[in-house]
Design a protein around this ligand. Structure first.
Ligand SMILES: [Zn+2]
Length: 341
């Protein structure tokens, strides 16, 4: 029998009273985002919410119906982090039914920036590409931005009802431990049900892809160092089934956290080696490295993913500097260049 694809719509029961509901992400390589419905009598607690899109709301309604619920049963959303595919739809459902929305306190900086109607994401991207020596890409980004503006204004993020900090949330049927796992974003949290042995991992531990690092307004100084520390946090806790936000449920958070650490250690070595072979700016190093599972060249990625790749490369370079492998210096042209320490 053919196994059902993880992003097929509907509700998959992953344990007693807990359903995985994949919601669509059109035009996104991630394909879908898993939200999890914890059913307790007539009420539901949701882990993550999906993008605020009509088709996503329809898929959530359909998934909840398969689990014996309707949208109005959603008492609260516990959101792992402030990226739109996890957070945005919580505000939509709150407007309809008054559900309470909670997210990690460390997301405050990003959410308040995004909630500002005058928020201008491009000033930060522009600055970052200039420092990376990626002028070429900058002009493409600026052209795209003009197009994006024609499509409509920035929709401000809404604030949550509650900022979460590490501790225990007692639901009717189970306790969830809120665990700080900064890295993917500065205030990312995961929810660990120790009794059931499952981890609602958001984008901290993904089974098939490596999470992006620090893609947010006003992120941390060393997001990759935070991310690696946060993988160790997972390893120090009891192993659990992995309930990820993208991809299928798998058996072990520990196995995947080990792989993610190994991936980044290899990447750090490759990053320093690229500098040895003559790359000096972030852009040049990114061009030396292979991207995605298929080892594509940077120029083969779309502009949005090239920008992510450059951010990722800088995160690795910064860790190489902190470890004393590389030196960094900013030139009079505003470009940062790296050399062997
Ligand atoms: Zn994310």
């Amino acid at each position: 029998m053919k196994q059902r694809a993880w992003d097929e719509p509907g509700a998959e029961q992953v344990l007693d009273g807990v359903f995985r509901i994949p919601l669509p992400l059109p035009d996104d390589g991630l394909r879908a985002v898993n939200v999890y419905a914890i059913s307790e009598g007539s009420s539901v607690t949701m882990i993550d919410a999906g993008w605020a899109l009509a088709e996503s709301l329809a898929a959530l309604e359909r998934g909840l119906a398969e689990a014996g619920h309707s949208l109005s049963d959603i008492e609260q959303f516990l959101v792992t982090h402030s990226h739109g595919d996890h957070y945005a739809q919580a505000a939509t459902v709150r407007r309809m039914f008054g559900s309470e929305v909670s997210i990690g306190a460390g997301e405050r900086g990003s959410i308040e920036a995004m909630a500002d109607p005058a928020f201008e994401p491009f000033s930060r991207i522009e600055q970052s590409l200039k420092r990376a020596g990626a002028e070429e890409l900058l002009s493409d980004m600026l052209a795209w931005r003009r197009g994006a503006r024609d499509k409509g204004p920035h929709v401000p993020w809404e604030l949550p009802d509650r900022w979460l900090s590490a501790g225990t949330i007692s639901l009717k049927s189970r306790d969830l431990e809120v665990v700080d796992t900064p890295g993917h974003t500065a205030g990312h949290v995961v929810f660990h049900d120790l009794v059931a042995g499952v981890l609602f991992a958001g984008d901290h531990v993904l089974p098939r892809i490596t999470p992006s690092i620090g893609f947010e307004p006003g992120g941390a100084d060393l997001p990759l160092a935070d991310f690696l520390d946060s993988q160790r946090v997972v390893l120090e806790r009891p192993d659990a089934r992995l309930l990820p936000a993208h991809g299928p449920v798998t058996d072990s958070t520990h196995a995947r956290a080990e792989e993610l650490i190994a991936h980044h250690e290899k990447r750090l070595d490759e990053t320093a080696a690229a500098v040895d072979s003559g790359a000096s700016t972030t852009y040049e190093v990114a061009q030396h490295l292979g991207w995605t599972r298929h080892e594509r060249r940077l120029a083969e990625l779309d502009m949005f993913n090239q920008n992510l790749a450059i951010g990722e490369t800088r995160a690795h370079l910064d860790v190489c500097v902190v470890r004393g492998w590389l030196d960094a210096s900013e030139g009079t042209d505003g470009i940062v260049r790296y050399t062997r320490a």
